[in-house]
Ligand binder design. Sequence first.
Ligand code: BTN
Length: 244
Amino acid sequence: MPSLIHITEIDSTNNYLKQLVYNQNVEEGTVVYCDFQTAGKGQRGNSWESEYGKNLTFSMVLYPNEIKAKEQFIISQLVSLSIAECLSKHTDNITIKWPNDIYWNNKKICGILIENALESDFIKSSVIGIGININQEKFVSNAPNPISLKNITGEEYVLTNLLTGIQDSILHLYSQIKEGKKEFICQRYKELLFRREGYHLYNDGTSDFEAKIVSVESDGILTLETQEGIRRKFTFKEVKFILD
Ligand code: BTN
């Protein structure tokens, strides 16, 4: 089993692991986790809130050298699927909000920030940053809809048990990709999609509109269809889910 590196406090486990990978040989699957991040990074330039010692904040490195840059969305799919399946052992109603947030009902329990280093058309290394709200009870930042596993179940969790389970699960699905079993992962990802069925509100930066999810392609593009049957394609950041 690849190593688990524990750090008490760091700016961001993604930054730390990227630097480590840049400076020395780091075994594939290595995880760096910490008790507290002073500058935890979220998507869209946001920061990531996590109370000292309460949650999982970690990063894992993979070297998916056979995956083409244009196919990098498969990494998001495999990571979100692994986490969704691990969390589903503890509660119902876990889904994957496209492209790679993990939700419990309409609330966000986990965020993922993947930073890939590319070499020509291929991925050289992938630093996968994961923040999962586990034992934190109150959230103070302006994040719109956070929730923790403890908020849901009322139980307190041993963080390292969950962490090794997720590390195992990601490495298992990753080995399946290497064996060419991508289809199964795409299929499971679709089955677990948040808003997989029905019409819901979205915003394209200009206005709200109602639509249903038609597909998520292997390049990560989301296709929505309006009530009038008009299909619209979006990349990440081009569309916002309006939550009820
Ligand atoms: C999001 O905005 O949804 C992504 C959040 C990613 C947070 C994790 S916590 C561990 C790793 N280190 C970081 O600085 N960010 C990621």
